[in-house]
Design a protein around this ligand. Sequence first.
Ligand code: GTP
Ligand code: MG
Ligand code: NA
Length: 465
Amino acid sequence: AARTRDDLRCPIVVIMGHVDTGKTKLLDKIRKTNVQEGEAGGITQQIGATYFEKSTLVTQTARLNETEKFDLTLPGMLVIDTPGHESFTNLRSRGSSLCDVAILVVDLMHGLEQQTIESLHMLRNRGTPFVVALNKVDRCYSWKTCKDAPIREALKEQGDGTLQEFRSRASDAKLQLQEQGVNSNIYWEMGDDDWENSDFVPLVPTSAITGEGVQDILLLLCQIAQRKLWKQLMWCANLQATVLEVKAIDGLGMTVDVLVVNGYLREGDRAVFCTLDGPIVTEIRGLLTPPPSREMRIKSEYIHHKEVKGALGVKVIGNGLEKVMAGTSVLVVGPDDEVEDIKAEVMSDLTKLQDKLSTDKKGVMVQASTLGALEALLQFLREETKPPIPVSAIGIGTIHKRDVTKISIMNEKGCPEFATILAFDVPVEREAREQAEELNVRIFTADIIYHLFDQFTRFMEQLTE
Ligand code: GTP
Ligand code: MG
Ligand code: NA
């Protein structure tokens, strides 16, 4: 079937921003859930996904749309929640790489913070359009709650002092964005030229607790999707899918959370996944999703599907999924496909990384939690360190004894400084630690790239002293 403007897939929206700006709470407001209070320390530590049906979007924007009269035709919306804590740069990076449009959440009381700025640059670098939520507007002095109201209605109810504080804080945020090279304005004060300018960013005041402005941000996202992104949102049957997480679930065994961006995934499909040991081909035995408006990372009464259609987050059940790497793509073997071609395509991202390893086979081992993180780390070692730190081996996931044994040969090759593992955001097995002790291998661990690099540089300095 021809791709048309009348057959759009759900846009994928990612929520990004500094820790505790209210990203998860904003989603809780739309879902009518309380995921945030169940999080350890109130901190998000994984990528999440929530699917909203069209009917939810229509209902939750109804009041604002009485005046806007926007013809909402999207089939729904898939929203990806990301962590704001500094150590999860890799998850933010993955989130930003998967989405069509983003919400950058700013705490109106704090203005732009470090990970807000980091997120902003990720979005800018990829050319992803975004809106800024100026969240916690209810914290303005003597704010009068107008539960779930469109923001302009709510602002009409506020006293002069409250309005003054709101305006002053909003204009501070605007200035801070300007300092980052971003032109923005309160969205209803934007002129026609501003809307035409794809670099201009709309600001939407919101409260994730009392709900003011939530209608506005939802409707605005739908408008941007339909008016500006329709070309990239035209649904097509070719599968485009990425692994979000690999995790064991009680009673289901190892499962892979897959973001299906476009196309179909069906029970019985022969799916091809990327692992560090090579591609695996496995039959899809089950496809599960949480109910609409429920977070995928929260265990729930899963719905079983024979077939899912992008864009959607789905839990895939199958054999041999243990080593599948987060951040890699998923393909299925179609009737006209050569399985070897599909395997090569699935492995291509990893193969490209392996091509960058030290050619004389002398260098450290680098281990990271995901392909994206590994990519970031390799790039850092290549471009940001002087001289560049050579890498002879790479790995994803937990560090085992065999990894230690493998890199210990650097001691025999006359470069003991490279008998080193740089471990980014991954656990180290106890046996691996013991083996490292025995074979004179150093393991540096950190969950921030810069810290890893600092440790290794200090170590190199000690060596040369
Ligand atoms: P991370 O995922 O850990 O980066 O945080 P987050 O951005 O998801 O923020 P979260 O939803 O965990 O909210 C952080 C805190 O701010 C919680 O205590 C929320 O109750 C509070 N909060 C979030 N949004 C609002 C808001 O609009 N108004 C007020 N008053 N409090 C809010
Ligand atoms: Mg959160
Ligand atoms: Na939080």
